[in-house]
Design a protein around this ligand. Sequence first.
Ligand code: F0G
Length: 531
Amino acid sequence: LGVQPPTQRTLVVRAAHQVTAEERERVQVATEYNGFAFSAGMLLVDFLSDSGASAMTDAQWAALVRGDEAYGGNHGLYAIVHAIRDTFERPRPRGQAPVVSRIIADDADDIGEWWRQTDAEEPAPNTFANWGRALRESPNFFVLPQGRCAENLIFGTVGEVLARENAPKPWRIPCNGFFDTTEAQASVNHFTPTNLFSPHFHDAFSVADVDRTNPFKGNIDIARLEKIFELGGTVPMVLLTVTNNTAAGQPVSMRNIEQAAQIAHAHGVPLVFDAARFAENAWFIHEFEEGWKGRPILDIVHAMFSHCDAFTMSAKKDGLGNIGGFLCFRNKGLFHKRFSTPEHDVGSLLQEKQIMRYGNASHGGLSGRDIMALAAGFYQVVRPEYLRRRVLQTRKLAVDLVKAGVAGVIMPPGGHAVYLDMTPFFEGTPIKIDDFAGVGFEIELIRLYGIRCCELGPFAFEWDQKNAEQRKGILNLVRFAIPRNMYNEDHMSYTVAAIAELYKHREKIPKVTVARGAELHLRHFQSGLKP
Ligand code: F0G
């Protein structure tokens, strides 16, 4: 038919309230024009973030109702251990239902079977999720409230280990693109985060090729990665963000993962993934990478993760959750060996922090309900029909904007968001980068049309606080991040029409000044603005 078959239907509906531009402007004045502070209930479409903002599936709601709020050994932990193993490390035996489904079914004959099996089991070599005695003696799997909590644990603990070793500084962590909280967590723990964006990031890409090929612009620059190890100081790990949110949500190829792993391992250093959008990354490999095209998503995920020694994950993205995060590393693998000493098992050091800061091992600061919803989410997010719809929705938004004549659409789009480059967008007007017109665009889109996006450019990355060298790393972007399973064609065509209309009148978009809190760190969450 030349169109995709439907993949879902909607059972619960929330009305979007019709609010006038004047009413929205009153709220903008009261909230100092800060996009994060604007009242979400007055919006028609919200692209601020795809994080925790998605609609859960009916299977997740079913799992949630079967949550267990016990303070120790809640049954969601069994469900999540199996979900992590099934998703990231091995195929589930054919015909065996996931533990989360068996808990939902509440079959009296089955009660206890799954946990007896799990508890009796010797942990498989290389597992990311120890269980039973192995988990107590050498924890390698941590449930946490968010991705940044996992980052806080890993950088805090690795930093302590390096300090004890008197490891020479700088402690460089090379990465294909640090997410902002990840970079902040690394910096406060005395690391030097080093972005090695793909050298092809700025290459032109023809819109006509969008369904045919993908340049994997999220890759790490392999040549520069090799050189990092010659610079002196200490490189404690190599980090890969899949997909690369900071580089416009672009995917990382399997080839690039293999090469990064080879280099890291040749230097005895673990490869760590920031796995927030692992499933979307796997989809791009499935759709475009030679040698992997058409292969089952789970095979691709297992292959991707076979190269990494540890991962952090915000489960608010490809966990399909509203909250949650993980930190995992292989039992007795390279991460464990590199950061443990005869006196200190690195897993126990991490667990001490988990317990002190977030919650004990069996819930890590999440409710049992949320853990169950995540366990179900992992089985749904890797479905090809879900991922196809997800990625094609993002792609269609980008292509439709180009067709509507809007300049600056970053092509090809990544998995979770469409980015507009404000430099070509404002070409032909007298607007300069330090006019923060990307924020002006964000403000006008909220005021006139009730659509919220997020500036990730000179305002968010503090252009005015940085020197000429640092300014080179700042892209002039605005992001439209698409929540999962939330919006339909109405939302998207409305958005395209609104952006095209603003583009036509772009000379009227106001310049913006930072009226309060220009010096704050991660200021876009907090400061006050004035158009
Ligand atoms: N890593 C990546 C790649 C992320 O995109 C995020 C969050 C995090 C880590 C931190 O996870 O929010 O659970 O603590 N990104 C969101 C966004 C906030 O809008 O892109 P968290």
